[in-house]
Design a protein around this ligand. Structure first.
Ligand SMILES: NC(=O)c1ccc[n+]([C@@H]2O[C@H](COP(=O)([O-])OP(=O)(O)OC[C@H]3O[C@@H](n4cnc5c(N)ncnc54)[C@H](OP(=O)(O)O)[C@@H]3O)[C@@H](O)[C@H]2O)c1
Length: 326
């Protein structure tokens, strides 16, 4: 089988396409012939050894996949050979066959295409976990989403609307804001043109912003925190801007508010039942047209480096997905 391999840490161009022996499933595992691989911002970090997870070299990037079950390990009765499935792996999915725990896979309904299914787990799973489990977002609350046209950002916009919030989409261009608004955001804010804190305070009104969803970091985190209202929640998702901000704790005291970390990957690994239930819920939303699972572009497996360069270059709306042709 073909596999994209990170054999030494470095930029996407350093990735190699290699031939590897087909994998064999162990007890409780299945082999999936991979059709599509969802890429994420963290793939651009993990290959440079800049991510919290540090897999041994060589490894494949790609944290999520979809495809068909082709071999069952000892003791596995479900899913059956031929079943269309998707799953989360943290890393290692950018290859034509993967081994996965059978009880961690979700069956993809016939009316959901495998490309969209491959890009749904990490972004929507993170945003669902962030907004509902960690953020306690309630109907009628005001939610500000930074990086609102990106992978987790778009998911937060759409899930924020499902959870009944008023959603302010914050992004770096009119085009990205228009995209987020077309996917349900009530208001747009261009943080390259407008002062983030001042505009959020204006949009939050007397009560302020209830929840900030922040996958961007850098200077914007503190600006957004300063616009939170009483008992507001700043959801710390990631630092796509590159800088990990240091926040003054007096702001939490003055506003009686929280900064809450969100670690989807660890949550998914710690609680497999939660993950499969979340994926099933998200697939139902996708089938019903309540979330878009928008794929901006697909690239063949061999062009993984180009796909990752699109993400690192801040050019992607929603997701980029690799396809194997299988
Ligand atoms: N905590 C978790 O469990 C979890 C799970 C998944 C992802 N994450 C993190 O969330 C962040 C976003 O992930 P994603 O996959 O959604 O990424 P993405 O699709 O690339 O979106 C990131 C967004 O960040 C903004 N951004 C600002 N400065 C940027 C820069 N210098 N380079 C690239 N983007 C920049 C961009 O929006 P504008 O151009 O509009 O500013 C972009 O749309 C990453 O830090 C990732 O590691 C965390």
């Amino acid at each position: 089988m073909k596999a994209v391999l990170c054999v030494r840490h470095g930029p996407p161009e350093a990735l190699e396409l290699a031939d590897l022996p087909d994998p064999v499933p162990g007890p409780g595992e299945v082999v999936v012939e991979v059709s599509a691989i969802g890429l994420n911002f963290f793939d651009t970090l993990i290959i440079r050894d800049l991510y919290q997870q540090k897999p041994e070299l060589p490894f494949s990037p790609g944290g999520e996949f979809s495809g068909r079950v082709v071999a069952l390990g000892e003791g596995v009765t479900f899913p059956k050979p031929g079943a269309r499935v998707c799953g989360y792996l943290s890393y290692g999915a950018a290859r034509e066959r993967v081994v996965a725990r059978a009880d961690r896979l979700a069956v993809v309904p016939d009316d959901l295409d495998l490309v969209r299914a491959a890009g749904l787990i990490v972004t929507y799973g993170t945003s669902l976990y962030a907004l509902r489990d960690r953020g306690d977002l309630k109907p009628g609350e005001t939610l500000a989403v930074l990086g609102a046209a990106g992978g987790v950002g778009l998911a937060a916009v759409e899930l924020g609307k499902i959870l009944g919030a008023r959603v302010i989409a914050c992004a770096s261009s009119a085009d990205k804001i228009a995209f987020a608004r077309a996917h349900g955001a009530d208001v747009g804010l261009d943080y390259t043109q407008e002062d983030l804190k001042a505009r959020l305070k204006e949009l939050g009104g007397a009560d302020g912003i209830d929840v900030v969803f922040d996958p961007v970091g850098g200077e914007q985190s503190e600006q957004a925190l300063r616009a939170l209202g009483w008992c507001g929640r700043l959801l710390v998702i990631g630092f796509a801007a590159g800088e990990i901000p240091k926040l003054p704790l007096n702001l939490l005291l003055l506003k009686n508010c929280d900064a809450r970390g969100v670690a989807f990957g660890t949550q998914a690994r710690r609680d497999g039942a939660w993950l499969t239930a979340a994926i099933a819920e998200l697939m139902d939303y996708a089938r019903a047209g309540r979330i878009s699972a928008h794929v901006d572009a697909t690239f063949p497996l061999a062009r993984c480096a180009e796909a990752l360069a699109e993400i690192a270059g801040r050019r992607v709306k929603g997701k980029v997905v690799l396809t194997t042709g299988l």
